[in-house]
Design a binder for this molecule. Structure first.
Ligand code: AMP
Length: 190
């Protein structure tokens, strides 16, 4: 199995690149953000619970994530591994993921961190707001999401660097060029 984490601030291109990587390497793409958006759209109990938080750009509490993650992973059959996109976002979530991997007698091969500066991320998210109309893509919420990323999610860079899993990837350029850099890193990590 090949298990990857794609990491980076909101708007760094994680979603787009994950889809390409999942296709190329036959991986299950697990995007917790996509899961929450679908639950909100279908007005499920979970969706109603998390809607307010997500629209403000806050994180969903850690204890809700683990079951969602496990049930998302169980839906896939005949894949060669997983690509986690938007998860983990906190140190407790990273520990939970390590446990899930342990239970499967498996491990995370590499954490691919897309390096994109704040100005670029803000510009991209404002553009996405126009194109897709995501409720959490207005300027105030974008700033909040970036602050939360810095406070709660960025410490994971050190967590994975300490475990020799971290690979920084320059995240500005064409989708194709960035995809190429990501694939090189994945192939090397075998
Ligand atoms: P994303 O599409 O990954 O940017 O996620 C959209 C929103 O969903 C985030 O701003 C959070 O409110 C919520 N979310 C997604 N994944 C997580 C996670 N792993 N932990 C907490 N909240 C999450």
């Amino acid at each position: 199995m090949r298990n990857l984490i794609i990491f980076g601030p909101p708007g760094s291109g994680k979603g787009t690149q994950s889809i390409h990587i999942a296709n190329k390497y036959n991986l299950a793409h697990i995007s917790t953000g996509d899961i929450f958006r679908s639950e909100i759209k279908n007005e499920t109990e979970l969706g109603l619970k998390v809607k307010g938080l997500i629209e403000k750009g806050e994180l969903v509490p850690d204890e809700l994530l683990i079951d969602i993650l496990k049930s998302a992973m169980n839906k896939f059959k005949n894949v060669d591994g997983f690509i986690f996109d938007g998860f983990p976002r906190t140190i407790p979530q990273a520990r939970d993921l390590d446990e899930v991997m342990d239970e499967m007698n498996d491990y995370i091969n590499i954490v691919l961190a897309l390096d994109v500066n704040d100005d670029e991320v803000i510009a991209r998210l404002l553009k996405r707001a126009e194109l897709e109309g995501r409720k959490d893509d207005n300027e105030e919420v974008i700033i909040n999401r970036l602050n939360i990323y810095k406070e709660q999610t960025e410490p994971l860079l050190e967590y994975y660097a300490n475990r020799d899993k971290l690979k920084m990837i320059h995240g500005i350029g064409s989708i194709e060029d960035i995809f190429k850099s990501l694939c090189e890193a994945i192939d090397k990590a075998e």
